[in-house]
Write a protein that binds this ligand. Structure first.
Ligand code: PMP
Length: 347
């Protein structure tokens, strides 16, 4: 029996902001054994906003304060699939800023509820492609410009996709943490891209040290095509939220992956179902794509390598989707028997 109390360390954070980052690396036992590689997950769901996006939110806000764009009591405006908004609202509230979040109404109810709890004013818009002027990102940009004129303390557009303060968070924190936690014994890193901040930032930190960096794309998204044949073409869809980018954002500029693969929902879902059933880790859909990508990278590299991926956000954020048998059945996706049998009664 391990001495469990050794896991505790006495440290007082002065605010929730100081609890962002320094997340553990967790060995993913089943996929490691299956591939003969060490596949490690960076537990980003352990950030206070329960996702990888807290780091980007903190860097974006810090940058906007430093440049003078964000004044005391000012408003942060963002278009987001949810997690960036949760991070921005959390950091914003703790520093006395207001937040206005524009979100496609297709995103999970749990993320919308959490945004409101984190202090955001929510604007739900119908999902539209990026080329449409009413796409949530363009909507948020226009709203920020209007609020900059009407809000007494001004407003800024966080612009996670094209604001490279996002990537910088991963250059300065996620990448170096992975290097330190593995004592430099890391051969590969792979994850999917939303804004691309995580993958391109970790690449900027770790590729110069000889670490191969891969990109895992949900099936049908555009980046796999782009990095394999130069064509930014998307066809098909995925139930995973927050990933599947259709353009080269400013955060992705200058990034060249060493490996690219596609992961289907049918491949990604059983991975996160097993992860919960056997390893007690309850994750969201994008984590399934990331781990599926890590398995493919491990198969490509061969046994004996150490590969790190991102455990992006906690599964309770998708109780009504990935963890809901009715939703999965409706999408013709596999339903694990233990989930189909829920709700479990207390005997
Ligand atoms: N997974 C989830 C659940 C997300 O919300 C996001 C960000 N939208 C990502 C992965 C991708 O992170 P990034 O924006 O750094 O590419």
């Amino acid at each position: 029996m391990p001495k469990l109390w050794e896991a505790f360390h006495v440290q007082i954070h002065q605010s929730v902001i100081e609890a962002i980052g320094n997340t553990p690396l967790i060995r993913l036992n089943r996929v490691s054994e299956e591939t003969g590689c060490e596949i490690l997950g960076k537990a980003e769901f352990m950030n206070p906003g329960q996702s990888v996006k807290d780091r980007a939110a903190l860097y974006i806000i810090r940058d906007a304060i430093a440049s003078g764009a964000l004044q005391p009591g000012g408003t942060i405006v963002e278009g987001t699939a949810g997690n960036t908004g949760i991070g921005l609202s959390l950091v914003g509230t703790s520093l006395g800023f207001k937040s206005v979040i524009v979100i496609p109404d297709s995103q999970s109810q749990e993320k919308k509820d959490m945004l409101r709890l984190a202090g955001a004013t929510l604007v739900e818009v119908p999902p539209k492609p990026y080329r449409d002027p009413n796409n949530y990102i363009h909507y948020a940009r226009r709203l920020a410009a209007e609020l900059a004129k009407t809000e007494p303390n001004g407003a800024v557009f966080a612009n996670q996709f094209d604001n490279t303060a996002n990537r910088q968070a991963h250059v300065e924190t996620t990448g170096p943490e992975i290097w330190a936690q593995t004592d430099g014994a890391v051969d590969g890193f792979i994850c999917a891209a939303g804004s691309g901040g995580t993958v391109a930032g970790v690449a900027q930190a770790l590729q110069p040290k000889g670490v191969k960096v891969g990109i895992a794309d949900p099936m049908g998204a555009a980046l796999y095509n782009f990095y394999t044949n130069g064509e930014l073409k998307a066809e098909g869809g995925s139930i995973s939220e927050g990933i599947g980018q259709g353009r080269i954002t400013a955060n992705l500029e200058g990034f060249t992956p060493d490996f690219a693969c596609q992961v289907t929902d049918e491949e990604a879902l059983p991975i996160i179902f097993d992860l919960l059933e056997f390893e007690a880790l309850c994750m969201g859909g994008s984590t399934g794509v990331n781990i599926g990508g890590a398995v493919k990278m491990a198969q490509d590299m061969g046994p004996g390598h150490t590969i790190v991926t991102i455990l992006c956000d906690y599964g309770s954020r998708y109780q009504s989707k990935v963890w809901n048998p009715a939703f999965l059945r409706e999408k013709n996706l596999p339903v694990p028997h233990w989930l189909a049998e829920a709700p479990r009664e207390v005997p």
